[in-house]
Every structure is written in C-alpha cells, then in structure tokens.
Write a protein that binds this ligand. Structure first.
Ligand code: NAI
Length: 282
C-alpha cells in the first residue's frame, strides 16, 4: 500500500502535486534545492487550501490535517523510505537524469519513480536508472488541485505493473489517468501546441486580432479559454521549448515555432508570469 510520497521540485507543478496527494490522505515529503522555493510553496499551498475552505469545499479541520501531512526539505536524503516518487524539477534532461540516478541508489528497489516532464523522453530518463521498468511519466495538468487529467507515459521498458500502480494512484487522487506512449509531446502537448502555434501564425499574418482569435475558439469551439490566453497562462518560453522538442523529435516543419512567438520570448514578453504576453497583466 502506497502511503508516503516523495515530490521533488516545489515550483508551479510540484507544490500543486504535493498538495493534492496530501489532501487525499498521503504523507508527502516535498524537496527542493532552493529554500525560497520551499517557502513560496508553503505559502501557495496554504493559500490554495484556504480558498477551498472559503468556498466550502474543505473543512478547516481537513485543511489543518492536510498541512500536517506535508513535510518540506532541502535534501533528497529525506526520501529514503518513501513508497513512490514524483519528480517535478526544472525541464532539463541532464538535471532529470542526474536526479533519477541518485534516486535509484537511494529508494527501495520496489519503488516506482515517476516524472512530471512535459516533453523529455521517459525512456531516456529511465535509462539513467537500474530499474527502467519502474520509471514512467506522470504528467499532471496546471493547476494540479483542480485539473482531473493525468497523462501516464509508458517508456520503452515500463512494466504493466508500474502503469497499473500509477493509474490506481490517479484514482485515489480523484483524477483520471490516461495512458500515452513515449513520443515527443505525448498526447496533450502534441495536439495543444500546434493549435497555439497556429493561433500565433494567424495573429502574425493579421488574420485576426488576439481578441478575435480567442473569441472564435471560445464561442465557436466551446473552448473555456482562447489559445492565446492559454499560451500566456502556460508561459510563451515554455511553449517555444515544447515546440522545439516536437520539431526536433518528429522532424516535421509543421511543428516549427512561429517567429512572432520567438520574438516575444526574446523581448521578455513571456505571458502572465512577466506581466505581458499577448495581453497585459497588471
Ligand atoms: P518551476 O520552475 O516552477 O519549478 C521547478 C523547481 O525545481 C524549482 O523550485 C527549482 O528550485 C527546483 N529544482 C531544480 N532542480 C532541482 C533539483 N535537482 N532538486 C530539487 N529541486 C530542484 O517548474 P514547473 O513549471 O513546476 O515545472 C516542473 C516540471 O513540470 C517540468 O518538468 C515541466 O516541464 C513540468 N510541467 C510543467 C507544467 C506547467 O504548466 N508549468 C505543466 C505540466 C508539466
């Protein structure tokens, strides 16, 4: 029975993943190399849980119990006896492979190691360990406490048992695990990013204004958010990075990032996080 979860990386995704596991009764150890990032994660989780309480979706006692199940640390040494790992550190192949090699030497041989990577090959990460059959992708969506999808990515060697375990954990979190193969962008970004990129090309060519493009997709296609608004939310630098992975990995020019998207990133207009993207944020 899985009870103790190690989450590594306490940024945008890691703190949401840690909160979600803790809300569903798991003991969570959240590790980050950056002390300010851990402090920020604590504050973010506190705020998010309090929002649930204010909305009547969580009792104050459940919030306190959730917080008591969360432990913060600056070192992976505190993960030696966990039952399951979710890695959510920076999206860099070398950093992930290095961490997985260390985790492989640290945790029990039966423990499954999962990565929240958006685009790096699970097979490649798994090859840094001696247990590739127990490595898979567990790709949560942002914001994690609210979004119900988790893409479960099967690497070349991932066993059925590891996939089944991850799927059962998704169920315990009240989420739906959907299996995907280890190809660049998996399912979500393979389909989402070309749509966002096409919206940027349409803007660049003057087919419509940003507002017009977003309105068409919202009102005409029933999307809850237009593609340019969504790109601002994801971060335009992240969009370019994922498109580059699709372009390089699949070799088709249809995945090349729109020059306007690259120009905006070069200008520091990264979306919400920088206060300016396709829209301005106060
Ligand atoms: P982030 O930049 O907000 O957080 C990353 C955290 O990892 C930072 O706090 C950093 O200090 C920490 N870190 C870096 N190296 C570390 C190490 N070796 N050991 C421990 N901590 C380390 O990044 P974000 O956005 O949370 O992304 C994390 C992962 O989740 C990436 O693989 C990304 O592709 C993926 N992802 C991101 C989504 C998003 O909407 N931001 C959506 C789905 C997946």
């Amino acid at each position: 029975m899985i009870q103790a979860i190690g989450v590594i990386g306490s940024g945008t995704m890691g703190n949401g993943i840690a909160q979600t596991f803790a809300q569903h009764g798991f003991d969570v150890r959240l590790v980050d190399v950056s002390a300010p990032a851990l402090d920020k994660a604590k504050a973010t989780i506190d705020k998010s849980l309090t929002k649930f309480v204010d909305k009547g979706a969580l009792s104050a006692a459940d919030r306190d119990a959730t917080l008591a199940r969360l432990h913060f640390s600056g070192s992976i040494d505190h993960l030696a006896d966990v039952d399951y790992i979710v890695e959510a550190i920076v999206e860099r192949r070398d950093a992930k492979r290095d961490l997985f090699a260390k985790l492989d030497a640290l945790v029990r041989p039966d423990v499954v190691l999962s990565s929240n990577t958006s685009s790096i090959s699970i097979t490649d990460i798994a090859a840094a360990t001696t247990r590739p059959e127990q490595v898979l992708g567990m790709h949560f969506m942002n914001p994690v406490p609210l979004m119900t999808l988790v893409e479960l990515i099967r690497g070349q060697s991932t066993s059925d048992a590891s996939m089944e375990l991850a799927e059962s954990l998704c169920t315990r979190l009240g989420k739906t695990g959907v299996p995907a193969s280890d190809y660049p962008g998996f399912i979500a970004n393979r389909i989402l990013m070309p749509m966002i990129n096409e919206a940027v090309f349409a803007l660049m060519e003057g087919v419509g204004t940003a507002e017009a493009i977003d309105s068409v997709m919202k009102l005409g296609m029933n999307h809850p958010m237009g593609p340019l608004t969504l790109a601002d939310f994801i971060g335009l630098d992240v969009c370019v990075a994922i498109l580059d992975v699709l372009h390089e990995g699949l070799g088709d020019p249809k995945y090349r990032a729109c020059p306007l998207l690259r120009r905006m990133v070069a200008a520091g207009h990264l979306g919400r996080k920088s206060g300016r993207g396709f829209y301005r944020y106060a």
